[in-house]
Design a protein around this ligand. Structure first.
Ligand code: ADP
Ligand code: 5GP
Length: 220
């Protein structure tokens, strides 16, 4: 069955904002790339970071890679909507991302940590927050090992960090327990489609429809 959904509300000036957080290894990157493959009309917020690029990561696509000096100068100039120190590196969301998404007529997806999500939700209360949770600590450990990116000490630290981070699930609107990848990817798409038809987001598309009824009424 294909998901029955209306076209994106082109009249709407305000983009929906989706904030996705998860402890490392929970499957967030995998789910976000599925989301982009499955759902049109989305744009990804490319963050600034002071960490070094990994593997095939591209400057400007995965992150804007920069120095601590440059990052701190941007903080002083008030360029970030939110920023945080994550695992000893700075990460931040540039305030231009919202304007760009709006200009493109797209909804914005942010992959940011629990600290950044908290800061952003205070500034943008209408943002939709989604937390991805591995089904158990054991499964998280298996996934971190299977990914083959981290050394043993790093895996241990990521597991300890996960134990702390998962306590923040209560601050999120949605929690996806990432057991079956297919089901979780479908759930994430469904959240986006459902949020797009919230009444407050489609008010501008509803009014012209109501007007067509009023015209008919006045002709009677
Ligand atoms: P994150 O971005 O949260 O750090 P990744 O997307 O890199 O996590 O996923 C971690 C590892 O787990 C990857 O090897 C990925 O292929 C695998 N993975 C993700 N989701 C699932 C799932 N539902 N079932 C099994 N393996 C998964
Ligand atoms: P990684 O280095 O593995 O790409 O990301 C590490 C963590 O930083 C992840 O939890 C990711 O969600 C988070 N992160 C990425 N960009 C931002 C950002 O702009 N702001 C905040 N607060 N966290 C971010």
């Amino acid at each position: 069955m294909s998901l029955n959904h209306p076209r994106r509300n082109e009249n709407s000036k305000v983009s929906a904002v989706f904030i996705i957080s998860a402890p490392s290894g929970s499957g967030k990157s995998t789910l976000v790339s599925r989301l982009f493959a499955n759902v049109p009309g989305l744009t990804f917020s490319v963050s600034y970071t002071t960490r070094l690029p990994r593997g095939s990561e591209c400057d400007g696509k995965d992150y804007h890679f920069t120095t601590r000096e440059d990052f701190e100068a941007r903080v002083k100039r008030g360029e970030f909507l939110e920023y945080a120190d994550v695992f000893g590196n700075y990460y931040g969301t540039h305030s231009g991302v919202l304007e760009r998404a709006r200009g493109e007529g797209k909804d914005l997806v942010l992959d940011i940590d629990v600290q950044g999500a908290g800061q952003l939700k205070r500034k943008l209360p209408e943002a939709v927050t989604i937390f991805v949770l591995a089904p158990s600590r054991q499964v998280l450990e298996q996934r971190l090992r299977a990914r083959g990116e981290d050394r043993e000490a790093v895996i241990d630290r990521r597991l300890a960090d996960a134990a702390r981070e998962i306590r923040n699930y209560e601050n999120y609107d949605y929690v996806i327990i990432n057991d079956s990848l297919e089901r979780s990817a479908e759930t994430l798409s469904a959240i986006v489609y459902a949020e797009r038809v919230r009444r407050i987001r489609i008010e501008e598309s509803i009014r012209p429809i109501l007007d067509t009824f009023e015209v008919k009424e006045s002709l009677r």
